[in-house]
Design a protein around this ligand. Structure first.
Ligand code: AMP
Ligand code: ZN
Length: 495
């Protein structure tokens, strides 16, 4: 336990005390979305984790410059290493211009992040807005003999680089193993070595997104934009670089190589990687076809869901697991998270109505301050939100005991109540960015729906299908979907 912030640095493979380069300031760069389709709930987990981290750094009093890019240039590999420009293939599918795809999905991404109450980054640069700087970085790498041109394309020379700086320092991969085992299919006919990666690619005439460069018409490689935009806005050495675990190699490894090849400095001091959201034990991914969209959770429209879940419920479910652990979601977890959400906010509301009268510190005072300290110690211990949640639950039990009379209010000091109020507000609202349940309203609707659902059940038991269908159809018209569960349970969701 620690009262100073410690971060697990993937680069050092150890938890380290966080010391910013410039006192009281933090430079934070997070790899943003590739805007060729809607983000799935796995992407939302990663961006929500960094939102929590950003919020906590601000809460600690740091002035944070938070840069999160938009990948809109359409790089030439997909998750299987094949030469596909995702932006252009999606544009063909939707009969739109690539930049219409970019606009559509950037707007969509912002809408989703707003629904999840994530704060916007302080700078949100785009890859297409930084082509000039990307060309300059390629020129510098050629000048430093870490890159070579072949027929209008430029590749990073991993072998030449490895003679000066060890390649693989972040992922722990050895260059010999990589040469033997790793195949980057892109440019395989013209590269000096299979592990070399593209900095700039020559564009064929039918390619829509292309720019003029010293090597002819082309477009930048995947890893270049993040090296360029992080160092442009945060400096050649900055504090924290984050992204999902799956970006560690090759994306972040290549970023470090580009930065060192150019500036002799690797960019970030602390590398943070968030873990994957799985569904039914498999990483949620657009290319695996198992992705659930945020709106499908919010409306309950996905077949695998029993009902709608508020963004705060999903966020709370995320927060109950440490950001660096895998998280497998299921219905039971969502249902429990929903109960937990209501319980925590109920406790927050009850505290507002309580007044302590004790003149001296009591055992309850000690317990409350111990739990409040445990919350901040847990956050300082590599943002351990799972432990914070457990402590908040203990605090909510104390609040319930005060309300129920098991803890007498003359055993509670005014300061204890103030600390409870502050702790609930700090964590639930400011650091976790959760929103209050629309409690009263929902409870009333639940009561009404219980009556309607039981009337429909009666009609079905009487084989009065006309009435049962009428209830379902008229509710649907009013935007309320009735769902019949396998075990006879009936639930409802709002459109
Ligand atoms: P993309 O738009 O595909 O570039 O992904 C945006 C971010 O989401 C990256 O940081 C990815 O590492 C992250 N990501 C992708 N799939 C998942 C997943 N299943 N769970 C958590 N994060 C993910
Ligand atoms: Zn990146």
């Amino acid at each position: 336990m620690s009262s100073e912030l410690h971060i697990y640095n993937s680069h050092a493979r150890a938890k380290e005390k966080f010391v910013p380069i410039t006192k009281d300031h933090v430079g934070l760069y997070v790899c943003g979305p590739t805007v060729y389709s809607e983000p799935h709930i796995g992407n939302v987990r990663t961006f929500s984790s960094f939102d929590m981290i950003y919020r906590y750094l601000k809460f600690l009093g740091y002035k944070v410059r938070y840069v999160r890019n938009i990948t809109d240039a359409g790089h030439l590999t997909n998750e299987r290493g094949e030469g596909v420009n995702r932006m252009e293939s999606q544009a063909k599918l939707e009969s739109l211009e690539p930049m219409e795809i970019v606009q559509k999905y950037t707007v969509n991404f912002h809408t989703v992040m707003n629904l999840f109450n994530a704060l916007p980054p302080t700078i949100e640069p785009t890859a297409t807005g930084h082509i000039v700087e990307q060309i300059e970085m390629v020129e510098k790498l050629i000048e430093n003999n870490f890159a070579y041109e072949v027929d209008g394309s430029v590749y990073f020379d991993v072998t030449a680089y490895n003679e000066k700086h060890p390649y693989g320092e972040l992922s722990g991969r050895k260059i010999e193993d990589l040469v033997a085992g790793y195949r980057d299919l892109d440019g395989q006919d013209e590269k000096r070595n299979s592990i070399d990666f593209a900095l700039w690619k020559k564009a064929s005439p039918e390619h829509i997104m292309q720019w003029r460069s010293p090597w002819g018409m082309g477009f930048p490689g995947w890893h270049l934009e993040c090296s360029v935009m992080s160092t442009k806005y945060l400096g050649q050495a900055f504090d924290i670089h984050g992204g999902g675990m799956d970006l560690k190699f090759p994306h972040h490894e290549c970023e470090i190589a580009q930065n060192k090849g150019c500036y002799d400095k690797g960019g970030a001091r602390y590398w943070m990687h968030t873990n994957m959201l799985n569904f039914n034990g498999q990483k949620m991914s657009k290319s695996f076809g198992n992705s659930i969209l945020p709106m499908e959770f919010i409306t309950g429209s996905h077949d695998l869901l029993d009902k709608a879940y508020a963004p705060s419920v999903i966020k709370l479910l995320f927060l109950q697991t440490h950001y660096s652990s895998e998280l497998d979601i299921n219905i039971k977890g969502l249902q429990d998270a929903e109960k937990a959400w209501k319980r925590l906010f109920e406790a927050k509301q009850i505290v507002e109505t309580l007044a302590g009268t004790a003149k001296q510190k009591t055992a309850t005072s000690d317990k409350i301050s111990e739990l409040a300290t445990a919350c901040s110690d847990s956050m300082n211990d590599d943002f351990n939100t799972a432990k914070v949640m457990a402590n908040l639950f203990e605090l909510s039990s104390i609040v319930n005991s005060m309300k129920g009379g098991q803890i007498a209010l003359n055993d509670v000091q005014e300061q204890d109540i103030a600390l409870l109020k502050k702790t609930f507000t700090d964590y639930l609202i400011d650091i976790f960015g959760l929103t209050e349940p629309k409690q009263a309203q929902n409870d009333k609707l639940d009561e009404v729906m219980d009556v309607v659902i039981s009337l429909r059940k009666q009609a079905r038991e009487n084989k009065d299908w006309a009435t049962s269908d009428k209830i379902r159809d008229e509710l649907a018209e009013a935007g309320i979907q009735i769902k019949d569960g396998k075990d006879g349970d009936v639930s409802y969701s709002l459109n």
